[in-house]
Design a protein around this ligand. Structure first.
Ligand SMILES: [Zn+2]
Length: 221
């Protein structure tokens, strides 16, 4: 498990949250709407979940308080829900017949695993800006260019000022080579973190996001 110790993922926050069935229904619907290439809004969630808008609004605020998603300033739309962003990021993920944006490099790599479908990730080296392309199936990487892509995962935790989507995600990036990651670290004051190979980052992404839309265990007894 190459993820640095002490880094809490959305999967950790979700399991600690112990959501009730309504909260979990809304959380899942938000992810499904994002995965269809749309932005989740109260009006749509109200219809899809069969819940009154006042209830949907309350639930979204609770989920936002647990940093499971991020609301816009009006509270009417979801700006981000790990791994998705409603606004463009450097990490575009092409799925069958639609495209979505991921909050960071690891989130992008988690999407084919979470949705159990083939994806093409188009991003850029965070140092030189050259294109990075990764094709992935739910269980393996099928093609990637350039050949020596690495992913940077910072160990510094957020300072509590804002969500991880705003604080940590922007620095989880692809680099075209280990050399460009080193050059970027040098230029950025040697931040703490780990370099993951592309395969390691794909495994971390699968570990974090693979369970987010899985069906819950049926109650025992
Ligand atoms: Zn580069």
């Amino acid at each position: 498990m190459p993820l640095p110790d002490g880094v809490k993922t959305v999967a950790d926050r979700l399991s600690a949250a112990r959501l009730n069935s309504y909260e979990d229904q809304v959380r899942r619907e938000v992810l499904w709407i994002f995965s269809a290439g749309a932005t989740p809004r109260i009006m749509t969630l109200e219809k899809q979940c069969g819940l009154p808008s006042v209830h949907v609004r309350e639930i979204l605020h609770r989920l936002s308080g647990m940093d499971l998603l991020l609301l816009d300033t009006t509270g009417e739309a979801v700006l981000a829900a790990y791994p998705f962003s409603a606004t463009p990021t450097p990490h575009e993920v092409r799925l069958r017949n639609r495209e979505v944006f991921a909050l960071c490099a690891v989130d992008a790599l988690g999407i084919p695993v979470m949705l159990q479908e083939t994806a093409t990730i188009l991003s850029r080296c965070a140092y030189c800006g050259s294109p990075v392309e990764v094709q992935a199936q739910p269980k393996n990487l099928t093609r990637y260019l350039p050949a020596d892509i690495v992913v940077w995962s910072p160990t510094t935790e957020e300072d509590g000022c804002c969500s991880l989507a705003q604080s940590r995600c922007p620095s989880i990036s692809f680099f075209c080579t280990g050399g460009h990651l080193e050059a970027w670290r040098h230029a950025s004051g040697q931040p703490a973190g780990v370099a993951l190979s592309l395969l390691e980052a794909f495994e971390v992404g699968g570990e974090i996001f693979g369970s987010l839309l899985a069906q819950p265990e049926p109650p025992s007894g």
